[in-house]
Design a protein around this ligand. Structure first.
Ligand code: GTP
Ligand code: MG
Length: 466
């Protein structure tokens, strides 16, 4: 991450909107942006005058508002310029390109999260605050947003100061031991005492990490995708589970043309993101292929899949083995990772089934099917309960790694493992080195600047423009 060049990005959401935003940050950001503007506002920006200026793009000559925030009182701690222009995506990209072209090597497009990296490097934001930003961006449900906000306020800074104090005390004793090794009879700290004190701090950190996992759990709501053939009643089931008409249902095949998401309460205080997708079928037309792509992308990101089938296809008349084979073959065509649970729902159970009927709960069938009807409400509660159970199981499997994705958790986990490493060493110099590492990581949670590799891990999940 080179820190010298000016970085630029479109910072407003993709797609057309009434207003859009291009953000620039860097030592020469004011000069580079001003070079692509005309009018008195452009001169004020070139002169780094703090404030909102009216200017005109040089090409096309469209009026824009420009917020000029010179260092160090800016979000990133360096010169920061925001161009507010009509929210036409092509125009916003053109502004970025024009600045980069005029800057002749002095400006480039920002990497994901790079504005936040600069804010941390200039002491404008702690890694924990940056983390709250990342989580707020990723939040898909109200609970997730609330959890992201609580990350900043719930930060156990006092506890961290106490851990650091205890580690620093132990470190001082270990170092005293190193300094006085040639003086007989001086034992600054007994091995047993050292291990006991470090283990106590380590287990306090582990407890805080488990609390961080709780926040991660709330933020990364599991994604439950309803898939199946066209007209299987997926959208109707989606609406019935939500309790409101969010997705269009219709007797025509191919009604749903995009992945539609909505937050769903699971009844145990947690939430999932329920996803309705286009019916799966062989696609010939380009638009159909795009719809299939949407469905496949949603399925590939699923934490739980609900395979819907109204039992009125040809399979039903062919007996259990054929059903199992057809299901295995069908599942094989979907991008479902082996670890993702698949629930099977028989939809429209209020309607009679043509031909010999497959029992809904038969050990010989591929997986028990839950009989549901969006029309009568039958089977919705059992399906909700099954979804809730699978989400709970999925969470307990994935949170360990998810929690390590957050800045605070990365730093705390590394501090705890440094303490364990310290206990495993015999040579006092190495014990001291590990204790210094643990102190560094704890300090970085509340403001000290983490080294490059740790920063890289923290900001990898950010989007461009943040
Ligand atoms: N009797 C009955 N009809 C249902 C039920 N669920 C859906 N239908 C009907 O089945 C038809 C298709 O329903 P949709 O929910 O749009 O099906 P879909 O799977 O989303 O279809 P696509 O989006 O085209 O893939 C509609 O005419 C619904 O009214 C049900 O539980 N009982
Ligand atoms: Mg549909």
């Amino acid at each position: 991450m080179d820190a010298a060049s000016t970085i630029l990005a479109v910072a407003s959401p993709p797609g057309p909107s009434p207003r859009g935003l291009v953000r620039a940050s860097g030592r020469d950001a004011c000069a580079h942006v001003a070079a692509t503007l005309t009018g008195p506002g452009a001169q004020a920006i070139a002169a780094r005058a703090r404030g909102i200026h009216v200017a005109r793009l040089a090409d096309p000559p469209i009026p824009v508002l420009v917020a000029c925030m010179p260092a160090s009182r800016s979000a990133t701690g360096e010169d920061c310029v925001e161009v507010h222009a009509p929210g036409n995506p092509a125009l916003l990209e053109r502004i970025v390109d024009a600045v980069i072209a005029r800057a002749a090597g002095g400006a480039r497009r920002a990497h994901p999260g790079e504005f936040s990296v600069r804010a941390v490097l200039h002491g404008r934001m702690t890694a924990t605050q940056a983390d709250a930003v990342a989580h707020a961006i990723a939040a898909e449900t109200d609970a997730a947003l609330a959890a992201a906000r609580s990350m900043e306020t719930d930060d156990p800074a006092d506890a961290r100061r106490a851990w650091s104090g205890e580690i620093a005390d132990v470190l001082a004793l270990v170092e005293a031991g190193i300094d006085f090794t040639d003086q007989e009879g001086v034992v600054a700290i007994e091995r047993q005492d050292l291990e006991r004190r470090l283990a106590a701090v380590g287990s306090a950190i582990d407890t805080a990490l488990r609390a961080a996992e709780g926040v991660e759990r709330a933020i990364h709501a599991p994604r439950v995708v309803l898939c199946g053939p066209p007209n299987a009643g997926k959208s109707s089931l989606f609406n019935a589970l939500l309790g409101r008409a969010r997705s269009v249902e219709h007797e025509l095949r191919g009604t749903t043309r995009d992945a539609i998401e909505a937050a769903m309460t699971l009844g145990d205080g947690t939430e999932a993101v329920l996803v309705d997708v286009p019916g799966l079928e062989e696609a010939v037309e380009r638009i159909d292929m795009l719809m299939q792509r949407r469905a496949m992308d949603a399925i590939a990101r699923a934490d739980v899949v609900v395979a819907c089938d109204d039992g009125r296809g040809a399979e039903e008349t062919r007996g259990h083995d054929a059903v199992r084979d057809a299901w295995d073959a069908f599942r094989g065509t979907l991008p479902i990772p082996a670890t993702v649970p698949v629930l099977r729902a028989r939809t429209k159970c209020d309607l009679p089934v043509a031909g010999p009927r497959e029992p809904d709960h038969d050990a010989g069938a591929p997986a028990p099917r839950i009989a549901t009807s969006a029309r009568t409400g039958a089977g919705l509660d059992p399906l909700r309960a099954a979804i809730r159970d699978e989400c709970a199981r999925t969470r307990s499997r994935t949170t360990g790694t998810a929690a390590l994705g957050s800045a605070r958790a990365v730093l705390l986990a590394e501090a705890a493992s440094a303490l364990r490493a310290a206990c495993a060493e015999q040579a006092p110099e190495l014990v001291a080195a590990w204790l210094r590492t643990a102190l560094d990581r704890l300090g970085e949670v509340s403001g000290a600047i983490p080294p490059d590799d740790v920063l890289g891990r923290i900001f990898a999940r950010f989007c461009v423009g943040k």
